[in-house]
Design a protein around this ligand. Structure first.
Ligand code: GAR
Length: 214
């Protein structure tokens, strides 16, 4: 399955996906193109180093959100993309994009949705005083981080943590969870039943003192 990754930032999640490929941890998923809305971002640099084709389109160059989305769709289609993975892509996609890849756009979010959607999710969680946070991989719908949840991983917020410590603890789980989800989708093990997503062939429960659904 050909995967297109969209990113805006440093691209550590992209790097985790790139590194997972040669280890066989992406199954039949293969990253064929990386797109970004921010010029010279880390994600584009990482893709270039890995020899993956890239494109850059600034949302500022388009009068309407839909026009930007159509431009992204054109680029992804040109590379035969069948699954789109958002990896720190900080734009809301409209139906102009989502209808081109029905139930084929996934996102990773640094909180346990539906808590703390939107930007600065780690700070939102830290400031709220929760004892646990984590990350969520979900299908993307037209809302902000509202699509059906595929998988989650939980991390504790410990006494003495600052916001950065929590961010890094969550990020480490993101790097583990996202490749596992892309692999499950590419292997045809993921099905959607309304809000409920079924992932076959993976244990659900407690592992290594951390809670994971994948
Ligand atoms: C990640 O923590 C990702 O979950 C988050 O941005 C970071 C990107 O880091 N995404 C969102 O907040 C989306 N709403 P990266 O560029 O190093 O992968």
């Amino acid at each position: 399955m050909k995967v297109g990754v969209l990113a805006s930032g440093s691209g550590t999640n992209l790097q985790a996906l790139i590194d997972a490929g040669p280890r066989g941890e992406l199954g039949p998923a293969r990253i064929v193109v990386v797109g970004a809305n921010v010029a010279d971002c880390g994600a584009l640099e990482r893709a270039g180093k890995a020899g993956i084709p890239t494109f850059q389109r600034s949302h500022r160059d388009f009068a309407q959100r839909e026009d930007f989305d159509h431009a992204l769709v054109d680029e992804l289609r040109r590379h035969g993309v069948g699954l789109v993975a958002l990896a720190g892509f900080m734009r809301i996609l409209t139906p102009a994009f989502l209808d081109a890849f029905p139930r084929r756009v996934v996102n990773i979010h640094p909180a346990l949705l539906p808590s703390f959607p939107g930007v600065h999710a780690q700070k939102q969680a830290f400031d709220s005083g929760v004892r646990f946070s984590g990350c969520t991989v979900h299908f993307v719908d037209a809302g902000t981080d509202t699509g059906p949840v595929i998988a989650q991983a939980v991390v504790p917020v410990l006494d003495g943590d600052d916001e950065e410590a929590v961010r890094l603890r969550i990020l480490a789980e993101e790097h583990r969870l996202y490749p596992a989800v892309l692999r499950a989708i590419a292997e045809g093990r993921v099905s959607v039943d309304g809000r409920r997503v079924h992932v076959r062939g993976t244990p659900v429960g407690l592992a290594d003192a951390r809670l994971r659904s994948l």
